[in-house]
Structures are given as C-alpha cells and as structure tokens.
Design a protein around this ligand. Sequence first.
Ligand code: ZN
Length: 326
Amino acid sequence: MHCLPAVAVLLILGLLCGCVDTATVHEWCYNGDVCGPSAWITKPFGSCNGTRQSPIDISTDRAQTDQNLSQFSFSDYEDKHIMKEIVNTRRTVKVILNDSVEITGGGLQDSYHAIEFHLHWGNLHSVPGSEHKMDGKHFPMELHIVHFKKHYNYTLAMADPTGIAVLGFLIEATDDKDTPLSWKLLTSKLDDISHNVTSAHLNLSLSLDDLLSGVNRSKFYRYPGSLTTPPCQESVLWTIFEEKIHVSKDLIDLFAKRLVHYPKAAVNITNIYRPVQPLNSRTILASPGTKAGPLLTTGNVGGAPRLSVPSTWLLVVTTAGLSFLR
Ligand SMILES: [Zn+2]
C-alpha cells in the first residue's frame, strides 16, 4: 500500500510526533494548491485518500449510544507540572507532556500515555478554525491531546489501527476578556515562541484539568479515524467531547497574532485545519448522557439505523490495519 513508503521515511528520520506536524515524504501545507489539503489525497502525502479519514462532521442524532463507553480515568491530568516544553512547529503550537500522563476507560481497550497537545485554529477567532464539526457547525479552535498505546513508541503506534488515542475538545469563543486564567497562562508563553521553529521550556503551574475546566468528560463521541495531517495514518481512535471549552476571543486571537513562520517572509500562522472528510461506512458511537439517540439493539427493527453493536466499526479498524501492514 502506498502508506508504507511514508512510514519508511519516518523510521529513517526517527521523528516522534502526534497528529500534527509529522514529517512526511512530501512537504505539506494548509494553504496552497500544490501542498494543501486538496493535494494530500495524492500518493506522495501518505494515506490521506483512505476510507477512515479525519476530521469528520459529528452528527449527534445519528450517533449510536453505547453503554460500553464508560467514564475515563485520567492519571496526572491534575498535575500542574507535566507540561515540559512549548514549540512553534510552524504549523501549530505544541506542548510536550510528561509520559506519566495516562488515560484508561472511556471504552478504550488499553491504557494510553500522553505525548503532546496542540491546537488548530482559523483566522483569529473566526469560524472555521476547528477541524471537527458538530451537527454541521465549526468552532473557532480545537484542542487535541495525543496519546499512544501504553509502551508504544511512534512506530508501533502508527502501525496499529488503535495505536493512538486523541482527545478532541472544541473551543467556543466568548466575549469575557482574558478568560479563563488557565488559558491566559498558557498564551502568556506564545511570545517566547513567536518564530518558527522555536521552543521554550515550560515552568508553568498549569494542569490539563485546568485547561479543560468546565467540560463534562463523561459525554463524548467515538469513532475510528486518522491523523489529520500527512501521512494521515489510519491509526487513531478519536474521542470528541460534547461540551465545549470556553475561551475569550482575545486569548484565541493571540495564537494567530503572535505566531509566525517563514516560508519567505514572516507570515502569521492561520487557518491550520483540515476540512472534514467522508464518514463512509463508519458508525459514530456516543457515551450515555450525550444528545445522541437512545440505545437500540440489533433486534430492534423500528426503522432507525442506530444498531447497538459497539464492535461494528472494529471490523473496519481491523480491515484498515491489515491493509496498512501489507
Ligand atoms: Zn490535531
């Protein structure tokens, strides 16, 4: 399969990264006909023309409630000293996390350890900016916390159709200035990394729980997908939370205002999101308590398409994984 050359190069380069800013066989970008998302479906960019690509539009009323999507357990999400470094990668801002940070539960079959988090945004706080849509609606920003299956390195995670678990949080803009304090603290470091590719050591007293404040993490949607940047490897179990993080417009604006990259001259980093991709045959699952429809069973013939077969898409995952390994 055409994804193998991309992995081979990644192995050679020995690069470690999450769902954004992975090295590829071909230089990619967000804005431009030659290197932008419309060109990613061609072979040199990896697996971006696959059948379980991300992001998607999450239609909540077509999602299937699955009682197996239990509460997550979050380890060290409350720790205020797990953010090690902040990086302007020229395609996003990324924060490297201590690998003591873990998630279990939430319907995941394994434990996953955190690697990094990063953000997607548009032009200042305008819409679109998020990658995922919910019920056809974009948001100004989206946070991705990237985890690898426990004991996996980058290579192993990429080769496993369930090797990566990304928690996605949609971010809504508010008019309250300079709020919340946690995001004010995070954005205070942007000036230290305004130029690409620069990084800064982080010594903030700031936890992931602080950044996720106000979000009920028992309400979420789950589907099998991919990295949202080349090589678009189909190795991600996505969790998108129903409730939004609320961040003030002025703080969201700082990402596009403060961060620049240098293709030739300094350019502000804007519109760093991939458009939504076809759902194809995938089923979006929903945890109990979301807006998704009631739990139905395979024996229910009420005409609704929501069948309670939690493992339905695992067949898709397995098939995709086998094709990847060929
Ligand atoms: Zn991302």
